[in-house]
Design a protein around this ligand. Structure first.
Ligand code: G4P
Length: 539
């Protein structure tokens, strides 16, 4: 028994489950490839590409992905590094990101925040950062593209602190910039490392150097070397000292510098990351705190993907294991319905292949074949039934009114939208008073609408069009005192209800949102809600 428990503890202690958050083009795909390369999972870096250059993505399941050469669905990529089992949650990398990107963070224990040194902190990084902050996820920052002439590193640190409000503590510091970016000063080990002949598809080599290294002096010149010394000394005296507790609470971020493309600074990042990033930790549940090494299996569904394989019309629910050991064929309780489920069809994903999983541990992600009973946020437990902190539904920023081409297909439309809403592919809203009208769809990323249109046609035989609506903000309403009739302008359906009957108000501008918030002080305007927690219908 002890032996089993020790094994469980060792397996869990070796797990690092993380996601990369970034704005498109900051280099997330490149970094992902390189991490896999360093972990020995890919022989040729390049097979994770998701650009329009014909190379396929690893998570290229759906037609729409193939047609557009982008990655819509997210999966998990596994590799080993320094004896750790790395689970990299792959988040969609397109401009039009979706709620899936947010939800994936619920399954992550750590995030790597990627910043392009030329562009600095960009809008999508801000949004994803805020989700991490809300969930208290520790964040490691990687400033990328140092091989290009970007912003001054001090300026970048200042920008991150100012825009995101998180103190930065540089773990290393670049030696030279742009074309003369030749190495790093590791502030924690107090050592200098110089890159040696790195290139795209091979691991970059490094050699240790000293402050009076002749080659460095030759490349940088005396004045740059003096400046580097001064900069590092300044960081030691005036910089934010690293504080592990603060990092684990998501209140301070260690910063690494490098270039994913030229393989510079990746090993230093990974070497520190495996120690910095926490193994699966205790999670809060409805039954109190639950330790990751609690022997009984438990987990929650954070993503559902239907029809991943067109040849076998199937639906896969991705489960993040939060405690214990998963064994294929085990019986668990589906907490929402109280039913027993036998988990006999389980898969893991690596690049384009799925493999059957017989065993997995807390921190791992398993894909479960789902006959249609599972929903996002559902808990599965081997022992005592408990629910995990739910996955919120985030405030959409794009809205359309559905136009049904064939009115006889209304039933199929309803069924299809119910399914897609349950999967979390899109949010469905109805007019407050006329529920029979064509619904309004809301999404965090506009690409979600295309996915819905495509899937309704392919899976339910329903053709629809969309009329764009001008709204940009949605707030769920809690508390009394709002007169929806008064708030809603004639001819505008800005007061709606969601699938669970909860009232929302849609706003075109932030100004209008603020003004309404000020006017109705007794009412709470909520930007993210837990599905299934409240069932108040709008008047
Ligand atoms: P994303 O997934 O975050 O959207 O970014 P992706 O990795 O696709 O990278 C976006 C662009 O930035 C790519 O160039 C990529 O090569 C480049 N890039 C990534 N990391 C670095 C880096 O460390 N240094 C430099 N200089 N560039 C980097 P592209 O022109 O869009 O594509 P490609 O022609 O390189 O394939």
């Amino acid at each position: 028994m002890d032996e089993q428990l020790n094994r469980l503890r060792a397996e869990i202690a070796a797990r690092r489950t993380f996601a990369i958050i970034s704005h498109p083009d900051a280099g997330k795909t490149t970094l992902t490839e390189k991490l896999l390369l360093y972990g020995g999972a890919l022989h040729v870096a390049g097979s994770v590409r998701s650009r329009g250059d014909g190379r396929q993505t690893t998570s290229d399941w759906m037609d729409i992905e193939r047609q557009r050469g982008i990655s819509v669905s997210s999966s998990v990529l596994q590799f080993e590094y320094a004896g750790r089992q790395m689970n990299l949650l792959d988040t969609p990398g397109h401009n039009d990101f979706s709620e899936d990107t947010y939800r994936t963070l619920a399954a992550a224990d750590t995030a790597i925040m990627l910043i392009d040194c030329v562009k600095g902190v960009e809008p999508q990084t801000i949004k994803l950062f805020q989700v991490c902050r809300m969930r208290g996820i520790p964040i490691v920052t990687f400033v990328n593209k140092l091989d290009r002439d970007g912003k001054d590193p001090f300026e970048l640190l200042d920008e991150i602190e100012r825009v995101l409000g998180i103190p930065c503590s540089p773990a290393n510091w670049p030696i030279g910039f742009g074309r003369s970016f030749v190495g790093l000063v590791d502030r924690w080990t107090r050592s200098l490392q110089v890159f040696q002949g790195s290139s795209g598809s091979r691991r970059g080599e490094m050699r240790p150097a000293s402050w009076d290294d002749a080659e460095l002096l030759q490349i940088l010149g005396q004045s740059q070397m003096d400046r580097l010394r001064d900069d590092v000394a300044l960081l030691d005296t005036a910089g934010t000292p690293f504080d592990r507790e603060g990092f684990l609470a998501g209140q301070i971020t260690p910063v690494f510098f490098g270039s994913a493309m030229t393989n510079c600074g990746l090993e230093p990042l990974l070497d520190h990351f495996v120690d910095l990033a926490p193994a699966p930790r205790t999670r809060m549940t409805s039954a109190g705190p639950l330790a990751a090494d609690e022997p009984a299996f438990s987990g929650f569904v954070f993503k559902i993907q239907a029809n991943m394989d067109p040849q076998h019309r199937d639906r896969i629910a991705f489960v993040r294991i939060c405690s214990g050991r998963f064994v294929r064929g085990m019986d668990v309780q589906h907490v929402r319905t109280g039913k027993t489920l036998t988990l006999s069809r389980s898969v893991q994903f690596m690049a384009q292949t799925r493999t059957v999983v017989d065993e997995a541990f807390s921190g791992d992600i398993v894909g479960l074949w789902d006959p249609g009973v599972l929903r996002i946020g559902d808990s599965l437990c081997e022992a005592q039934p408990l629910e995990f902190e739910g996955i919120p539904r985030f405030s959409p920023e794009h809205f359309v009114r559905v136009r049904l081409h064939d009115p006889l297909k209304r039933k199929q439309l309803k069924k299809g939208l119910e399914q897609l809403s349950e999967e979390g592919a899109v949010q469905v809203f109805y007019d407050r008073q006329r529920m029979e009208r064509d619904p309004i769809l809301g999404a965090v990323g506009a690409l979600q609408f295309e996915v819905v249109e495509h899937r309704l046609r392919g899976e339910y035989g329903v053709r629809i069009g969309f009329d764009r609506l001008p709204y940009r903000f949605a707030r769920w309403i809690e508390g009394d005192g709002i007169d929806f009739d008064q708030l809603e302008l004639p001819g505008r359906q800005s007061c709606v209800v969601d699938v669970e009957g909860r009232p929302l108000v849609l706003f075109e501008t932030e100004y209008l949102l603020r003004r309404t918030e000020e006017k109705y002080q007794s009412v709470t305007f909520i930007s993210a809600v837990q599905p299934g927690r409240s069932h108040r219908a709008a008047a």
